[in-house]
Design a protein around this ligand. Structure first.
Ligand code: SF4
Length: 380
């Protein structure tokens, strides 16, 4: 692993040195993890699009009354996860806005009607419902959490996540990406990641590239994640995600990060992080650059989903998987399916609630990946 100073120098590499950087990161990936690239068959469950924050780049959040501004009912959650289950999905990725009850009376009323005071309480019930009514394993990503929330959710999630996004407090200032986003205070997010470590929750985090942070601040964020992993050993993957411009967001005039910026961030992350921490960049955010992402040291494509709330179609194929498989194998790697909990954690009792262990054990082989005989996509 490299140190912080070396990482600063590498992330500021001029274009001429980029190939050397990528080669070093690719070698580090091969040495530490071999030539196996993983992905998860997931269904995205947007439990609520309401959120008390207003991040400048967000395409997800809505206010009550806006088209799409709503919270899923239990029946909708069950329909979605069961449709995903029929297609062979194994992960229910619960994504939601942060603490909408703190801002919206109508959401408090929704929660009250369903027997809850907090969105996180409702989320816990929906994760338990998913486990009862479908074959999917929940992975919740609900924003900043207190210790008691994490402890309650741990019982019904095989892993959880919170993107650190950035460590830069500058971005909280007026006109910056995190102005009017109280849950984006870096110290609060780091605290959640730390508490997850204390409670033994396999955890996914990562950075968002191109929201106003400097290249050095990307390194600082990765170092903060590494430090927490060194204390608790719980970071299962780090996602390097790129900011994308969309027409209706406040940052619609901001420049996107260049492909080179992304490749540098991925490569430096691979060199900074211990090899047991998986490195992911979502392929749907960088279409057509699979070989470059692989060259930069990536080893996981993240979750691939065929379903959305508006499009529950059990006959739909998984269009991205054959494409991912072709690109992965063409670059000399094998593609394997993983669960929402990474192989390094599946057999460690301290990282998985006892009630979830039999379900996980039934799905994985000796390497901790999904049994090849269960990888339905191989026949497509
Ligand atoms: S916290 Fe920010 S990024 Fe997340 S849903 Fe709310 S506004 Fe969007």
């Amino acid at each position: 692993m490299i140190g912080q100073q070396e990482a600063y120098e590498l992330i500021e590499t001029p274009a001429a040195g980029l190939d050397d950087l990528l080669a070093a990161a690719g070698e580090a990936r091969d040495r530490g993890r071999g030539r196996c690239i993983t992905f998860s068959m997931k269904v995205f469950v947007p439990l609520t699009t309401l959120c008390r924050d207003y991040c400048g780049y967000c395409t997800f959040r809505r206010d009550p009354g806006e088209p799409g501004g709503r919270t899923m009912t239990p029946a909708e959650v069950v329909a979605l996860v069961q449709a995903g289950g029929r297609l062979g999905a194994r992960e229910a990725l619960f994504s939601l806005g942060d603490k909408p009850e703190a801002r919206f009376p109508s959401h408090r009323e929704f929660l009250r009607r369903h027997g809850h005071r907090t969105t996180l309480g409702y989320l816990r019930e929906m994760c338990a419902l998913t486990l009862r009514e479908s074959p999917l394993l929940p992975h919740a990503n609900p924003g900043v959490m207190a210790e008691r929330d994490l402890a309650a959710l741990r019982e019904v999630n095989v892993s959880m996540g919170l993107m650190l996004e950035t460590i830069s407090e500058r971005l909280l200032r007026r006109g910056q990406a995190h102005w009017n986003a109280p849950d984006k205070v870096p110290a609060r997010r780091l605290r959640t990641v730390e508490l997850a470590g204390k409670l033994g929750i396999p955890f996914t985090t990562g950075i968002l590239v191109g929201i106003g942070e400097t290249a050095r601040e990307r390194v600082d964020a990765l170092v903060a994640i590494r430090d927490l992993h060194e204390r608790y050993g719980h970071i299962q993957e780090v996602i390097i995600q790129n900011f994308r411009v969309k027409p209706r967001i406040p940052m619609r005039l901001a420049p996107e990060p260049s492909p080179e910026d992304m490749l540098r961030a991925i490569a430096v992350a691979r060199l900074l992080l211990p090899s047991e921490v998986s490195l992911q960049a979502p392929p749907n955010l960088s279409p057509g650059v699979y070989p470059r992402l692989l060259a930069a040291g990536l080893n996981d494509w993240g979750g691939v989903s065929p379903l959305t709330l508006d499009h529950i179609n059990p006959e739909a194929p998984w269009p991205l998987i054959p494409e991912l498989r072709r690109a992965t194998e063409a670059a000399g790697f094998t593609l394997r399916e993983r669960l929402a909990i990474y192989p390094g954690f599946v057999t460690r009792a301290e990282f998985l609630h006892a009630s979830l262990r039999p379900r996980v054990a039934a799905l994985v082989d000796g390497t901790g990946l999904v049994k090849e005989s269960h990888e339905h996509w191989r026949h497509w």
